[in-house]
Design a protein around this ligand. Structure first.
Ligand code: PHE
Length: 486
């Protein structure tokens, strides 16, 4: 069997950028910036990008391309005992995709309600009561919310048709779904800078609150955002790079992907804050309250702002179309990472069959989030996966390449195929900076979660969150130890 290939380099870059640019750029980044010191947040963010994000992305592109396999096979080639690390990465992918698709399902419901701007009377009640029909607490499941269930099914069918022919179908889809949201974002930017109050929004976005830099939480947030936004430690970038030829350029692709992704985040920040500035002006609400409203930004604050604009129906439609087109290529990249690994092992199966199984499993795993307590579970699982699993995989991956396989060896390969040469700083980043910085972040987060139960959820519910971290970790240790005794 010949390995699938990307049609050309641009298609690969589009796919990588498509995975990186997602909901994380549009709502996660702006709300973090709003919450953690405005312009000052950019400092830890850019430091994280250059010192951790870029070196790790380079690592993932390099091992995928060199080993020509998905994440399990690639790690195994680095060292036979490390296949389990790939499993942990894929489990994180699978856990995230199962709720990421649910967030897309909400967006789909909003898209349908856009033209009538159905939330205009009370956006908050619309989100929690109409759309989510949220129960009173995590211990009341409240049964399945069928409209979310159905839209989740629609989203999964869409994901299936994006990946069912592997690189061929992905390549076609990304040619549209990557440029489209950028164009929509541009339209929204043009719209928002003609609204009164937009400048005060920008001021809040860019004005640095320097004291924020003293807060360790700000640093943790910046580093985990870089992981999340670059889709690192999920096995995605390894899988995508494994469909390149082994002598293709690496260094340039890394910088292009990283800069386009962060550039989109910064750009999205301008749009979001301009609209928030307008809304603060219209409703006489302090801007700080709007910007720090967390994940509700995309489904409560923003819809409200849209409903205040002239031609609100049209702009709401564009906004949710943008959200969906942003999300879809991130969503299917996780499915593609899983498909790649299964295909590596089961060469007799067709991509379409594997994709069907993975999508079905993802849909089933997502059903818990379609219950009326779904948003609580989503919040808990999201917190634990993004705070721990990603950092853990990041650390192990750096140790594996830096100390077990040899950073210098991989760097030589990168330089052999790349126009832009990578200096020795990369070895230092992989061997020392990454594991150390990530370990510090992990410990800070851990001591915080131990002393204050996350969001005050009951212990059994947080237990689900912890098991999402601990089960894959134990599995990894088990596989590591048993394979080295062989
Ligand atoms: N990078 C995506 C974003 O910013 C999120 C994502 C996470 C995608 C994990 C794939 C895997 O939204």
């Amino acid at each position: 069997m010949v390995r699938q290939r990307w049609a050309n380099r641009t298609i690969f870059l589009l796919a990588a950028v498509g995975s990186a640019v997602g909901l994380g750029n549009l709502w996660r980044f702006p709300y973090l910036a709003g919450k953690y010191g405005g312009g000052a947040f950019l400092i830890p963010y850019l430091i994280a990008l250059v010192f951790v994000g870029v070196p790790l992305l380079m690592l993932e592109f390099a091992i995928g391309q060199k080993m020509q396999q998905g994440v399990i096979g690639a790690y195994k080639q680095l060292h036979p005992s490390f296949g389990g690390l790939g499993i942990v990465a894929l489990l994180s992918s699978f856990i995230i995709i199962s709720y990421y698709a649910v967030v897309m399902a909400w967006s789909w419901l909003y898209l349908l309600a856009s033209l009538g701007v159905e939330w205009s009377n009370n956006p908050e009640a619309y989100f929690f009561e109409n759309v989510l029909q949220r129960s009173a607490g995590v211990n009341i499941l409240g049964g399945i919310n069928w409209s979310i269930f159905l839209s989740l099914l629609i989203i999964w069918i869409a994901i299936y048709f994006c990946v069912w022919k592997g690189t061929e179908s992905v390549g076609k889809v990304v040619s549209y779904t990557v440029p489209l949201p950028v164009i929509l974002l541009l339209i929204l930017l043009l719209r928002s800078v003609t609204l009164p109050g937009f400048l005060s929004g920008w001021e809040m976005y860019l004005r640095p609150v320097w004291s924020a830099l003293l807060d360790p939480e700000v640093w943790t947030a910046a580093f985990s955002q870089i992981f999340y936004t670059l889709s690192l430690a999920f096995g995605i970038m390894v899988a995508y790079a494994s469909y390149k030829n082994s002598d293709d350029d690496i260094a340039k692709d890394v910088w292009v992907t990283a800069l386009l992704d962060s550039g989109t985040s910064l750009f999205a920040g301008f749009v979001v804050f301009a609209v928030l500035g307008y809304m603060a002006w219209q409703t006489n609400t302090p801007l700080v309250d709007l910007a720090a409203s967390g994940p509700g930004l995309a489904f409560v604050v923003f819809p409200k702002a849209l409903s205040l604009m002239p031609f609100s129906g049209l702009f709401s439609l564009l906004f949710f179309l943008m959200l969906l087109s942003l999300g879809i290529d991130s969503a299917f990249s996780m499915v593609a990472a899983l498909n790649t690994v299964i295909l590596d092992q089961q060469k007799h199966l067709r991509v379409a069959q594997i994709a069907m199984m993975v999508c079905l499993a993802g849909f089933i795993a997502g059903i818990i989030y379609t219950t009326r307590a779904g948003i609580y579970f989503l919040d808990i699982v999201d917190h634990f996966v993004t705070s721990y699993n990603l950092l853990l995989v990041g650390i192990c991956q750096s140790i594996l390449v830096g100390w077990v396989y040899g950073a210098e060896k991989l760097r030589r390969y990168i330089n052999q195929v790349s126009d832009w040469q990578v200096g020795k700083w990369w070895n230092l980043a992989i061997k020392y900076v990454n594991p150390l910085v990530l370990a510090v972040l992990l410990t800070t987060q851990f001591s915080k979660d131990i002393s204050i139960p996350y969001q005050g959820y009951p212990t059994w519910a947080l237990g689900i969150g912890w098991s999402v971290v601990i089960v894959p970790l134990l599995l990894f240790l088990f596989l590591l130890l048993t394979s080295s005794h062989r």
